[in-house]
Design a protein around this ligand. Sequence first.
Ligand code: HSE
Length: 288
Amino acid sequence: MRIQVPATTANLGPGFDSCGLALDLYLTLTVCEESSAWQIEHQLAGDIPKDETNMIIQVAKKIAPDLKPHRLVMESDIPPARGLGSSSAAIVAGIELANQLADLGLSRDEIVRLAVEFEGHPDNVAPAILGGLVVCAKQPDRDFYLQHAFPDAAILAVISEEALLTSESRAVLPRELSYSDAVQASSVANVMVAALVAGDLRLAGEMMERDLFHETYRAKLVPHLIEIRKKVAEFGGYAAVLSGAGPTVLVLAPHEVSETLRQELCGLGFEAEVKQLRAEPSGVRVFK
Ligand code: HSE
């Protein structure tokens, strides 16, 4: 059995902690034979555990404590700590692992509810489960969300070589916004979402770059955002926004300018890889 979970980009500018989009990079978990102890084989860089302290297994065991240990093989082309939902993908893989091995029959809605409990906010986990664009509101009593197809556009991700932890990127945000700033910020977000649903990427892109919730504060951690934004405007792209908490910058553009833009972004000389991605419509999938 294989469990495949897509990468995600959260926020899309002003949809802070609320909007997310699934992308076609994947974490793939192959479930092999039962074993005397949990093991998870992978070739990923860094100190990602290979035993039962791995996040995927921890999540699965919290959902189904009596699971029998298995040998697992993980492959992932989602770079860690780059704002592309790598930890959300791991959480979703862990929930689905428990769902399948313990035959829990969890619905997608139940998987979203559990994933939000683990992650804390829904903007990465919900699109990783449902695919496409997901707009969410986490409320004290329950979470609300709606999935919608993402309009057709070229998507470029400028993925820095340097990692940036979400905790570090959240630490630079203000504790409070004034009432009038909050009204301004949410009105921009509302128009952004309405424009995406209407398929008007030009308007959506303009609203994305008018975010008032987080990007101004985070720009000091991701200084190349401004330079990328200038290039995107010059070459007819729709927008450049931080992907989640950064440092990846997500660029949306019409298909006809995307190759030129890709070359221009590569030519800026940042220590970054520029990847052409697509919106991922399906979310988590299980192959048996
Ligand atoms: N909405 C979150 C943030 C996404 O921007 O901090 C990263 O978890």
